[in-house]
Unconditional design. Sequence first.
Lengths: 156, 404
Amino acid sequence: MMRSGHAVCMGSDIDTDLVIAGRYLRTKDHAVWVAHVFEDLDPSIANRLKGAVIVAGKNFGCGSSREQAAIAIREAGVVAVVAPSFARIFFRNAINIGLPLIECDITCSEGSAVMFDLTEGWVENEGKKYPTRPLSPRMQDILSAGGLVNYWRACR
Amino acid sequence: MGTLSEKILHGTGGQYVDRGVDRAYVHDGTGVLTLEAWKCMGERRIQDATHLHVLFDHIVPANNGTTATLQHELREFARSSFINFSDVGGGICHQIMSEGIVLPGEVVVGADSHSCTLGAFGAFATGVGATDMAAIWMTGETWFRVPESVGINLTGTLSGAAEAKDLALTYVGRLGMDGATYQALEFIGDGAAALSMDDRLTLCNLAVETGAKAGMFYADDVTVQYLAERGHTVNGQEPEPCRYIQELDFDLSDIVPVIAVPHRVDTIKPVHSLAGLPLDQVFVGTCTNGRFTDLARFAQIVKGKKVAIRTIVVPASREVLKEATRTGVFASLVEAGCTIGTPGCGPCLGAHMGVLGEGEVCLSTANRNFKNRMGVGGEIYLSSVATAAASALEGEITEPEVVR
C-alpha cells in the first residue's frame, strides 16, 4: 500500500534525549510526550509533524532505550521515518509500537512530498525513486499487526 | 568456530534466531511502560519470574507524587508476581546484575541501553525497549539478529594516569557514534586479559555509544575469580578462530587521559588541551564509573584536601556504599566536601538530584553528554575518575597526576 507525507528534514545522530527529554518521562500520559517531542532539537518541529515523513541522517534514535521516543513520534502524527541507518534499540521499539521505519539514504527538501510502499520496498522523493532495505519477515509481521502488542493479542 | 556472540546465540552473523532469555531486567523508568504493555497484551501469566528482575535506580527516592505513584504500582506488581525486586537504595540495575547474578554464556536483556555492560562476563547482554520486554515476560524468549563482531585487540597495560574510561572514550572516538551499529564489540588480546572486572564493565558499558548491541570479554581467570568470590563456580571461555567484520588495535600504554566534549561522546580531546576550563559541578558515579574502585580512586586523590566546587558522588550500589564505608573511602569523600547521593543513576539523565542550570558546566564520569541531558542549557564533559578528582580540587578541568 502506497502512503505519503510531507518531508520534515533532520540531521544525523538524532539521539532519543533530543526526541523526548528525560525530564518528561515520569508519566504514562502520551500527550505530554507529544507536547515536548523534539523540543531540545528545535521547538518548532512539533507543529510540522502531523502527516509528516521524517527524513533524517544516519543513526537516527541513538542513545537511551526509552520507548517514549518512538511513541512520541507516532502520536505526533508522523507517518514514517526515513534514514540511512537507525540505532538498533530504537529500530526494534519503533516497529514494536507500529511506527514504520525505512532504511534508505535520500535527499531531503523540507515540505516536499515523500511517497513510500513498505510491501513493494521503495520510497520516492522529488521525482526520484529509491529501493529500500526490507525488514525481516518477523518485523514485517509485527508492523503489519500494528505493533507487538497487537501481534501477541492476535496470537491468543 | 565463531565469535562469542555467534556461540552464545547459536547462529552466524546476520542470521535471525529465537532464543530463550536467561536474565531479563527493567528499572523504574522502563518498568512502568513494560507493565503497561504487558497489561495491553492481555496480562498473560509470567512464564518464569525467577529470571526476571525489577530494580529501582533512575529516580530514587521518588522526586514527586507522580513518580511515587508510578513506582508504587510497579513495586506492588513485582512483589505480587514474585519477580526479583530491588527497591530504592539498592543501586543501578546493571551494577546489581554484575554483583554475582549474570554468568558467562548467558543471554541477558535489560530494558536500558547500557545493558551491554554485562558483556564483561562473557554473556550476550543487550538493551531492549519496554514492549519487547513485556513479550519476554510472557514468553521467556525473543528474537535476535546475530551480530557481526568488531574485534578490539588490546595489548600492553594502562600507564600514567590513564584509566579504562580513557580507553573507552578513545575507542568510541575511533569508531564514532554509529561505527558499530547492529554489531558487537569483542575485546580480545593480552591487554584484555590483564584488565580487572571493573575495567571490563566500564569498557563494555560504552559499547552502545558506538551503536553496538553488545560489548563482550571472554570469561577468563579474572572472571572466574570474581564470580567465585560471589559464590559461583564457572568455567572460562576459550576464543576460537573467527571472522571479524573489522579489527581495531589499541596499545594500552599509548592511552592518555581524554575528555568527550559537548554534545557527542565520540568527540574526544586530550585533557591538557582543555585545562583551565571553569566548572560548576563534578559528578562521579553511574553504571560507567560508580564502582568501589572508582570511588576509592577518587578518594585517594581528594583525601585530606577540599573540593573547590560542588561535587556529587553517587555509589553505583548499596554493596559499593558498604565497601566505601567499611574502608574509610566514604569518610574521605565527605571530609573533602563531596555530597553523597543515594545509590542509583543520580543526575546522569537529568531527571533528579544534581540537575544543571542554564549555562552550567559539569564534568561527569558518566557515558552521555547529549544536549540538555543533565538539564536545559547545561553542558556535559565526560572524563575518567582521576580527571574528575583533579578537576574537582581545582574547580576547572585539570590533568590528573600519576597516583598509581
